[in-house]
Design a binder for this molecule. Structure first.
Ligand code: UDP
Length: 323
């Protein structure tokens, strides 16, 4: 039997590029589509030349055509850090809505499975803790983060509509905070900011009093969960994340320790609508996918520190700004 082929939209991004690699390693042909708005060719450069790999520079919000067989579409295209989607609010809404519609249309045309990258942001500033998939969330539609949260909520709704109306095989993964190599140094998230600041000996910018919590999952655990979800037969959303929760202040201290830094901590204004807590309930992933995270924070941070050190050396600390 010939090899299966997957299309990954947003495949030049942080998570998309790790997924592309995982599918190639598991003998799939992989086509990446990305308009490189927030993704980077350097994330997938090492994949060019591998058997079955192709790349299309294209905006997913326009008409999509891919010649030949397609067995699955993984729709990961979207600005995804708060800094990015505040800078590109309309593109974020368009890729979550129009882009998801186009990608679903292509899946229907090809008879391909469709997997949507959704997010813990659909839970907004949650009133239920930890967050199970049954929770409907607490999102401010007109707040600054609403462009991402509502785009992803719409994307989930239209994915379910294609499933119900057209019988499309669909999967929805709700991704919680993920970290690892290939995060952009300047994407504005807590981890890249803290890493760069710690490595340069600058103060770490903790927003608010740092008591808000997040739960950080190493990227290899996430991609394994997504692979299993695609091959499962559940159309219900599934949380994939690491339930180990910590305050942002503790996280900053952990990064200082992991980088052997002497940096101090500086408190800055908390951005609006910043969720106060976040922790995935992963019962469903455990039960349906037999999945749970395996990489401890210390181990994941060690690998990430190596990547950040290399990047800072390559670009020179002057030229790789944090925001
Ligand atoms: N944060 C921070 N300092 C930074 C960047 C982020 O304290 O330099 C906080 C942010 O306010 C949030 C948490 O860290 O409470 C995680 O932010 P991130 O942007 O990584 O992702 P989010 O989970 O908010 O989508």
């Amino acid at each position: 039997m010939s090899r299966e082929r997957v299309l990954i939209t947003g495949g030049a991004g942080f998570i998309g590029s790790h997924l592309a690699e995982l599918f190639l390693d598991r003998d799939y042909d992989v086509t990446v589509m990305d308009n490189l708005l927030t993704g980077r060719l350097s994330n997938i450069e090492h994949l060019f030349g591998r058997e079955g790999f192709t790349f299309h520079k294209q905006d997913v919000t326009n008409y999509l055509h891919i010649p030949g067989r397609l067995d699955a579409i993984l729709h990961f295209a979207s600005p995804a850090s708060p800094y990015d989607y505040l800078e590109f609010p309309i593109q974020t809404l368009k890729v979550g809505s129009l882009g998801t519609h186009k990608a679903l249309g292509l899946a229907k045309e090809k008879g391909a499975k469709f997997l949507l990258a959704s997010t813990s942001e659909v839970y907004g500033d949650p009133l239920v803790h930890p967050q199970p998939e049954e929770y409907w969330g607490n999102v401010n539609p007109i707040g600054v983060r609403g462009v991402y949260d509502e785009a992803k909520r719409f994307a989930e709704a239209i994915t379910m509509a294609y499933h119900r109306s057209h019988g499309l095989k669909t999967r929805i993964v709700r991704i919680f905070n993920t970290y690892g190599p290939r995060m952009r140094l300047d994407d504005g998230r807590a981890l890249p900011n803290f890493m760069c600041q710690a490595m340069r000996g600058e103060p770490l910018t903790v927003f608010g009093d740092g008591s808000q919590t997040r739960s950080f999952c190493y990227v290899d655990d996430l991609t394994e969960g997504i692979f299993r979800l695609l091959r499962s037969d559940t159309s219900d959303p599934v949380n994939i994340g690491n339930p180990k929760e910590m305050s942002i202040l503790d996280f900053a201290k952990t990064v200082i320790a992991a980088t052997d830094s002497t940096s101090e901590i500086e408190f800055k204004v908390l951005p609006s609508d910043d969720p106060k807590v976040r922790q995935p309930d992963i019962t469903r992933a455990r039960t349906l996918l037999d999945w749970e995270p395996e990489v401890q924070l210390a181990e994941g941070l060690e690998k990430t520190v190596t990547y950040f050190r290399e990047e800072l050396t390559r670009h020179g600390s002057e030229r790789a700004p944090t925001r």
